[in-house]
Design a protein around this ligand. Structure first.
Ligand code: CS2
Length: 532
């Protein structure tokens, strides 16, 4: 039987319905999804978010929606900014900025319907050739915006090895060189922030909070420093004996003063495992939504945590009503999470990928790797931590492994392995330095770092399958380590320790650490049978 063209088109239309406001009543009535806790059309912008990827959508945006609903304050809606490509913008604006979060609990956890989130009001692509060049600065200067949040990943901050802004970075230099020129929108996140702050200072001077939500220790202080470095490096000239700044940025000294007085930079610890969404995830969401397609769906574990330093210059959503914890000192929470969770994630990513495990859950089900992970946390990482109030550190370590073991998440080892040059110093090298200073040998941290060296040098797993090197320093690392995949351990270790952007001077020169790394390379090669 042949199908008439009209019927086929109609069938296509039925199966190709897209998530959006028009679909909400039906999804709600059919109980297929948990509808937004707010009424999306009534949500007004209050937050600009730089880096609207999967993590933000499954974490801060959910807290924000719940806070708006709990407090009856719909004026904390999020305007997201996407940096590299228009993909997320295109996905979201074609569905009224609605998207679903699909939670995947561990084995035995009851399935819950996907949740539609309505906290996002709009999305901009920072580099849109069709848009105004300084759209992000204009957004940050919008008086309705009272908080700028960021999830731009470690590399998005463009820090130099010493921690300050990398003034040798080409994009930073280009932003500084063109600062204030008409028609030139900054490309770097710090450039965009400073351009927005400058415009804000000139237009109305209303205060603002800039809240770092990346995996950075003391993220607020770091960001404050990077903004100050950019402002200090703005080109200036002299007019009538007075320093004047370039174009729209005004006088850098005045801008620096205004920032000090009007902008706060709290730190926060964020936690939720949110793997990159796959086509299979999107297909599952479509099925769960009865045929409605959501191009912007995200999948996350059930666990979520947010600890925020209470320092807001211009108000904030009632995030505590959504479960966030406010504290005067986030540092112990950050260190615990970055070292125990993220450090162990990295260990499992490199050893797991080399051993041929596709996901973190598979890696942690490998008894040898699970033992290593537990031992590294217990022996090398936990002793470096000040235990945050109310936390049982042993239980926390167990919970990390339990979360990693969730087979429904399918978090790929190569995804966590990305950007190792940026992640290792934060997650593992600081702890190694602390242990060395205490006279201890951080042999399991060294093993994790050795696994990274072998991952980079070999570029293939135990079975010879290629492993991608997704890292801003990929070229430098491949040149230094690529030829040394089968070299004696000391040769590989010495070449890696020479990469100053990863290993700071005192640690690189530490004989105990070097010896631990050499032993680590030997052990990873032998235990994972990489030389077979
Ligand atoms: C992971 C994190 O990709 C990675 O490097 O370690 O994204 C991790 O899943 C989150 O920080 C969990 O909060």
């Amino acid at each position: 039987m042949s199908t008439a063209p009209g019927n086929a088109a109609q069938a296509g239309a039925i199966t190709r319905r897209r998530l959006g406001l028009a679909e909400l009543p039906r999804l709600r009535a059919a109980g297929l999804a948990r509808p937004p806790a707010v009424d999306p059309p009534s949500v007004e912008p209050g937050i600009a978010h730089l880096g609207i990827g999967a993590f933000h959508r499954a974490h801060q945006a959910v807290y924000t929606e719940d806070a708006m609903a709990a407090a009856g304050e719909p004026n904390w809606g999020i305007v997201g900014v996407t940096q590299r490509s228009p993909a997320v913008r295109d996905q979201l604006i074609h569905q009224d900025c609605l998207y679903t979060v699909l939670e995947r609990g561990g084995p035995g956890a009851p399935a819950v319907p996907p949740r539609v989130v309505g906290a996002v009001c709009d999305v901009l692509w920072a580099n849109d050739p069709a848009g105004p060049p300084a759209a992000v600065a204009a957004l940050i200067a919008d008086p309705r915006i009272r908080i700028v949040t960021l999830t731009v990943t470690e590399k998005g901050y463009r820090r130099a090895p010493g921690g300050g802004l990398d003034l040798s970075d080409e994009a930073v230099r280009a932003d500084l060189a063109r600062a204030g020129e008409a028609g030139a929108g900054p490309r770097t996140v710090i450039g965009q922030l400073v351009a927005g702050l400058a415009r804000r200072a000139q237009r109305h001077g209303l205060g603002l909070t800039v809240l770092c939500c990346d995996n950075l220790p003391a993220g607020g202080e770091v960001l404050r420093g990077l903004v100050a470095d950019f402002v200090a490096a703005l080109p200036t000239g002299r007019r009538g004996g007075r320093r004047v700044g370039s174009g729209g940025f005004g006088d850098p000294a005045e801008l620096a003063e205004w920032i000090k007085a009007a902008v706060s930079f709290p730190s926060s610890m964020v936690d939720r495992i949110v793997p990159a969404t796959t086509p299979a995830d999107r297909a599952e969401v479509t099925t769960l939504l009865g045929g409605v397609i959501d191009e912007a769906a995200v999948v996350a574990e059930r666990f979520t945590q947010w600890v925020i330093e209470e320092s807001f210059a211009a108000g904030r959503p009632a995030w505590e009503a959504a479960g966030a914890l406010f504290t005067a000192d986030v540092a112990p929470y950050e260190a615990m999470k970055l070292r125990l969770l993220n450090g162990t994630h990295s260990l499992l990513a490199y050893t797991g990928a080399l051993a041929g495990h596709e996901t973190i859950a598979e890696a942690v089900r490998d008894p040898a790797l699970a033992d290593l992970a537990a031992a590294m946390m217990r022996a090398d990482l936990a002793p470096t931590l000040a235990v945050p109030a109310g936390i049982d550190l042993a239980a926390y370590q167990a919970s990390v492994l339990e979360r990693f073991a969730n087979p429904a998440l399918r978090h790929r080892t190569v995804q966590v392995a990305a950007d190792g040059s940026q992640k290792l110093p934060i997650r593992l090298l600081g702890a190694a330095a602390d242990r060395l200073a205490a006279g201890a040998e951080p042999s399991l941290i060294a093993l994790a770092v050795a696994a990274w060296m072998l991952y980079v040098a070999r570029g293939r797993d135990r079975a010879g399958r290629p492993l991608p090197l997704d890292d801003p320093l990929a070229a430098e690392l491949t040149a230094a380590l690529g030829p040394l995949a089968d070299a004696p351990p000391a040769t590989l270790v010495d070449a890696a320790l020479g990469v100053r952007a990863v290993f700071p001077e005192p640690l690189a020169a530490d004989a105990t650490f070097r010896a631990c790394l050499i032993e680590g390379v030997g052990r990873v090669r032998a235990d994972l049978r990489l030389t077979d």
